[in-house]
Design a protein around this ligand. Structure first.
Ligand SMILES: Cc1cc2nc3c(=O)[nH]c(=O)nc-3n(C[C@H](O)[C@H](O)[C@H](O)COP(=O)(O)O)c2cc1C
Length: 313
């Protein structure tokens, strides 16, 4: 048990959210994380409403503890997915890639906690004013689609500005990261990459192995010049992309190279031409562990780190 404003809000044991990962985090992973005392999130990005419905059922088959769904607001079927989520009354929805405010009322009316993912102070204040229950700040160390600020810069500047619980994401992979976030005034952390390399994660083993083998310097960012920066592990596809980008290739030419790659690595296992999206804290992720081992060790490390720093007082 580790009590924070986040654990109270979501009625969970530990202040750890498994971040949504499109084509990676399904009902089985989310259910396993929630069963272990964290909060698992099903990623609806790229999926049909029916798939989301089925994954909610799968998670419910694993645990009766709270879990959530991440809704990509730019998705064409976003409204349909919001309906499924409202009907299923999951514990919370994380919202990204678009303006989350218009969805607050509907989700709240269904009894769902609303947690937008936010890239800067201005948007953090806006969603807090409009009634978000908590928010996630995600630094550019994170895997997947990223903003411009680092986790430290966001913690420094967002946390003092809002009264709602702040969850920190981006580059957190072990217990000292959780301790650091709590010391900065956060209510918890969200981790993606660490849970990608978990036993319960259902993706292709090639993609998980890529994360286990990779080290701190192995990620690159594609798409930064065209406003959709994505962090993933360097491979043949990213090398070609970045070479073409340097040579001034057109946006459509670059787009051709990346289309479908977020699926190709985790689903098909093609880690050369697909993209294993991952954050920068990779050296410390050197084995596949169960979700409960991940959570238990992070909480134990965080408690130790917090106890150790007491000596400076
Ligand atoms: C493979 C992958 C896919 C992701 N897909 C999504 C997504 O669909 N929606 C979202 O809000 N965040 C997405 N993220 C971000 C994660 O939810 C989380 O914030 C991020 O992984 C935290 O940084 P970390 O990877 O260093 O732990 C993704 C991250 C990864 C690694």
């Amino acid at each position: 048990m580790m009590k924070t404003k986040l654990t109270e809000l979501l009625n969970i044991q530990y202040p750890i959210i498994q971040g949504a990962m499109a084509w990676v985090s399904d009902g089985k992973l989310a259910g396993a994380v929630s069963a272990a005392g964290g909060a698992g999130t099903i990623a609806a990005g790229g999926r049909t409403a029916q798939w989301v419905k089925e994954q909610i059922e799968i998670a419910r088959g694993i645990t009766d503890k709270p879990f959530g769904v991440n809704i990509m607001l730019m998705a064409a079927n976003c409204d349909e997915i919001v309906d499924v989520v409202c009907e299923a009354k999951v514990a919370y929805a994380t919202l990204g890639a678009g303006n989350p405010v218009p969805y607050f009322e509907k989700l709240h009316n269904a009894g769902i906690k609303v947690i937008p993912v936010i890239p800067n102070v201005k948007l953090a204040k806006r969603v807090a004013d409009k009634g978000a229950d908590a928010l996630i700040i995600e630094g550019m160390e994170a895997g997947g689609h990223i903003g411009k600020l680092t986790t430290m810069a966001l913690m420094t500047q967002v946390i003092p500005e809002v009264d709602i619980p702040v969850v920190v994401a981006g580059g957190i992979a072990e217990g000292r990261g959780l301790a650091a976030a709590l010391v900065m005034g956060a209510a918890g952390v969200q981790m993606g990459t660490r849970f990608y390399a978990s036993e319960e994660c259902t993706v292709h083993i090639n993609a998980k192995n890529k994360i286990v083998e990779a080290i701190d310097t192995d990620t690159v960012v594609t798409g930064a010049l065209h406003g959709h920066a994505v962090r993933g592990i360097q491979n043949q596809m990213t090398n070609k992309y970045l070479t073409l980008e340097k040579e001034g290739a057109s946006e459509s030419e670059l787009e051709k190279l990346v289309i479908g790659t977020s699926r190709k690595a985790p689903v098909d296992g093609d880690v050369d031409w697909g993209l294993v999206q991952a954050g920068q804290s990779l050296t410390v992720i050197n084995e596949l562990k169960s979700c409960s081992e991940i959570i238990e060790s992070i909480v134990a490390e965080a408690k130790k780190a917090l106890a150790d720093v007491q000596r400076y007082i």
